[in-house]
Design a protein around this ligand. Structure first.
Ligand SMILES: Nc1nc2c([nH]c(=O)n2[C@H]2C[C@H](O)[C@@H](COP(=O)(O)OP(=O)(O)OP(=O)(O)O)O2)c(=O)[nH]1
Ligand SMILES: [Mg+2]
Length: 131
């Protein structure tokens, strides 16, 4: 049987050479690890609409545009995800963990000090070479 793939809109929020990251709550899938904020694309939504909704909910930012960086499929065994990763530089608001989660603006060359889910390894490699 083919596994259901969960489509996720992921936002790499960038200001200068820093990125905004959040810590996933312990009780969630891949909990306790750091992430780029975002969440599941609901039926009928475009990726941009999902990203916009999730970033308001999770980090209180309103985004005005985004550009696709990459798409990554990853099978965690218990869940299979397709991460639609977008870079966001055009936003308004004061980023913070709006759901009470830890968050931080981190310099790109310090990202390796944070533990991310396995699917993020490729994203971080690309960011380091491209930005
Ligand atoms: N947001 C986000 N999710 C990631 C990243 N890397 C990664 O493997 N994931 C996985 C973990 C989850 O299985 C899935 C995203 O789910 P999510 O928990 O953010 O979804 P959501 O915000 O809609 O929240 P909920 O439905 O669980 O309440 O993608 C990442 O950098 N950011
Ligand atoms: Mg989320």
């Amino acid at each position: 049987m083919t596994k259901k793939i969960i489509h996720v809109a992921v936002g790499v929020i960038k200001a200068g050479n820093t990125l905004f990251i959040c810590k996933r709550p312990d009780d969630k899938h891949q909990g306790g690890l750091w992430e780029f904020p975002g969440g599941k694309v609901e039926s009928g939504e475009t990726v941009f609409e999902a990203l916009k909704r999730e970033l308001i909910e999770e980090v209180a930012l309103t985004i005005h545009s985004s550009s696709q960086l990459m798409v990554i499929k990853h099978d965690y065994g218990d869940k299979c995800v397709k991460l639609d990763v977008h870079v966001v530089t055009d936003f308004s608001g004061d980023a913070h963990g709006a759901e009470g989660q830890l968050s931080a603006w981190v310099a790109i060359d310090k990202l390796s000090e944070y533990n991310f889910p396995a699917a993020n390894v490729e994203i971080i490699e690309k960011i380091k070479t491209q930005f």
